[in-house]
Design a protein around this ligand. Structure first.
Ligand SMILES: *[C@@H]1O[C@H](CO)[C@@H](O)[C@H](O)[C@H]1NC(C)=O
Ligand SMILES: *[C@@H]1O[C@H](CO)[C@@H](O)[C@H](O)[C@H]1NC(C)=O
Ligand SMILES: *[C@@H]1O[C@H](CO)[C@@H](O)[C@H](O)[C@H]1NC(C)=O
Ligand SMILES: *[C@@H]1O[C@H](CO)[C@@H](O)[C@H](O)[C@H]1NC(C)=O
Ligand SMILES: *[C@@H]1O[C@H](CO)[C@@H](O)[C@H](O)[C@H]1NC(C)=O
Length: 504
């Protein structure tokens, strides 16, 4: 059986680490496929929360991510085996525990069962215990009941699931292929295995909004890890909308999730057989791993350990000057640009930082980003998807997110809680009127500048996306931002001194 990806560092190679079953290497990717992902992802995380932002801000103020999970609806657990007697106790011992979530209706799954937990607001996830085989033609997973146990009474009931963690968002969910899960009625001989795997399958998608870094992590990779980490990489990823961009960009992280080749579910026509399957992923919140929901209490710091394992490849970090903490500025292009970035960098150097400007969209692989960001004591950036790289910061470091006019609630909702769970210090610097480029086009007295919250209320989401997110740059007031920098500098020195005391 094929095991590890052949080359962890082969970025961008079509089919790198994918099982080659779709007619050799000549897979054809739709023209503009990756561009399509990026078009979708011009929107940052905020836009995608727009419906709730507008529904909930009126009631809950800024805290619009609270109460993300409505009362649980456990319309789930459809045991397809209606026998009871003659269970396969032996199977249960051998089979891996698929569902690691506490209090899940699917957490103790008898053999030959399909169980779906649809109780979460964000995501559905189904588990299949037993002999699972792919049926490429119908994009189905078939469960073959153990023929020797006569009491098995498979119903014809079929579960359908789109494995993406934004089930409340109809537009994007309609772009995610639907899998059908059912108990096979014909004999297993009629559906022979082309490839037999000794690890269970987990199905996820590389589609949706994955072209955006925030979504790649928050909707895709973190949930995938949450759902499968307890299997300790003894899991096979079956990926919908598999594409070379995804495999190349996240190749290292994928090898941290699985010891096995990835299966391109839409193109691989072979019958793959597994001792069980997980379809879809859990979701614990934005860039979040909730230890209280996992049987093994894992947290986002354990996810960060995965990143450290795959990206810290031997050579020690560059020696940093102990007297000069390191500050990274995440640079943006086009919109939400920090127009006086050079001056801000000079100011930070005067305050006492070593400064690195981190250019986005320059083709730098994530491993290089990891090296730069993990060396930072402070990361500064205007709100945007690239701040997802806060996951690369070391615990104890600080994130200073700059929120342009009208953006503060969105900015906070995306990264504040994730930062705290990561053990980071989070500060938000809310730009004021004279720091915004909007003052040039609207003037200081227009409500767009003078009271963005009021301006947003009347106008709807398209306006927010166009004006505040898509049409605004900032020029930081150096006196004002200087105070933040000085405070961050003093803090970084304190943290360094504490950390050097703790180190043996
Ligand atoms: C759960 O959802 C199903 C279908 O969506 C519905 O019929 C049922 O009443 C719900 N149950 C609860 C407890 O809300
Ligand atoms: C089927 O069930 C029998 C009896 O319970 C058991 O001995 C056997 O191992 C099972 N086979 C599979 C493939 O699970
Ligand atoms: C098996 O299913 C059929 C129809 O779905 C039902 O009539 C029958 O009672 C079931 N048998 C058992 C043993 O549950
Ligand atoms: C997880 O946390 C709970 C409560 O804090 C504790 O009782 C349990 O022993 C922990 N389990 C593990 C595996 O660390
Ligand atoms: C923001 O800055 C970028 C890059 O300098 C520029 O292309 C863009 O036009 C600016 N936007 C506004 C609204 O001034």
């Amino acid at each position: 059986m094929p095991s590890k990806l052949p080359d962890l560092n082969s970025l961008g190679g079509a089919g790198a680490g994918v099982e080659d079953g779709g007619g050799g290497g000549g897979k054809k990717w739709p023209v503009g496929f990756v561009q399509f992902l990026f078009v979708l992802s011009v929107v940052v995380c905020s836009l995608l929360y727009a419906p709730r932002l507008f529904v909930l801000t009126s009631t809950y103020g800024l805290d619009f991510f609270a109460g993300q999970t409505p009362p649980p609806n456990t319309s789930s657990s459809s045991s397809l085996v209606d026998g009871g007697a003659g269970g396969n106790a032996n199977d249960d011992v051998a089979a891996p525990v698929l569902d690691n979530q506490v209090h899940s209706p699917c957490s103790s799954l008898p053999g030959d069962t399909i169980c779906c937990d649809r109780s979460d607001f964000n995501t559905d996830v189904c588990f299949m215990a037993g002999d699972v085989r792919t049926d490429s033609a119908s994009l189905s997973l078939l469960l073959f009941p153990n023929q020797t146990s006569p009491s098995a009474n498979a119903t014809a009931k079929e579960e359908r699931i789109r494995p993406y963690s934004r089930k409340w968002e109809t537009f994007i969910m309609s772009k995610v292929e639907e899998l059908r899960l059912r108990t096979a009625t014909d004999s297993a001989d009629a559906h022979r295995c082309d490839v037999v795997h000794d690890a269970p399958l987990m199905v996820m998608t590389a589609g949706g909004y994955t072209g955006n870094l925030f979504h790649a992590f928050s909707d895709g990779l973190v949930p995938a890890w949450v759902t499968s980490q307890h299997l300790r990489r003894r899991v096979v990823l079956g990926v919908l909308s598999y594409n070379p961009w995804w495999a190349g960009t996240f190749g290292d992280i994928i090898t941290g999730l699985t010891d096995h080749h990835v299966i391109d579910l839409l193109h691989d026509k072979r019958t793959h057989c597994f001792p069980g399957a997980i379809v879809g992923t859990r979701f614990h919140g934005i860039l979040t791993v909730d230890p209280t929901r996992l049987r093994d209490n894992k947290s986002i710091l354990d996810f960060r350990s995965l990143l450290a394992n795959v990206y810290e490849t031997g050579e020690p970090n560059q020696v940093t000057n102990p007297q000069r903490p390191r500050l990274g500025i995440v640079a943006r292009k086009g919109t939400r640009v920090m127009e006086n970035q050079e001056e801000v960098a000079r100011l930070a150097r005067r305050v006492g930082f070593d400064v690195e400007i981190l250019e986005t969209a320059n083709g730098m692989p994530l491993s290089a980003w990891y090296a730069s960001v993990s060396a930072c004591d402070v990361l500064v950036g205007v709100h945007g998807a690239d701040l997802t790289k806060l996951l690369f910061l070391r615990p104890g470091a600080a994130l200073v997110q700059i929120a342009p006019l009208g953006v503060p609630p969105i900015a906070r909702g995306c990264y504040a809680e994730a930062s705290m769970r990561m053990g980071l210090h989070y500060e938000q610097y809310d730009a004021v009127g004279h720091e915004s480029s909007l003052i040039r086009s609207y003037g200081p007295t227009d409500v767009v500048v003078s009271d963005p919250e009021v301006a947003k209320r009347d106008k709807g989401w398209g306006f927010v996306a166009r004006v505040y997110l898509g049409g605004q740059n900032v020029t930081l007031d150096l006196a004002r931002f200087g105070e933040t920098l000085s405070r961050m500098h003093a803090r970084a020195l304190r943290v360094r001194s504490l950390q050097s005391q703790e180190a043996p």
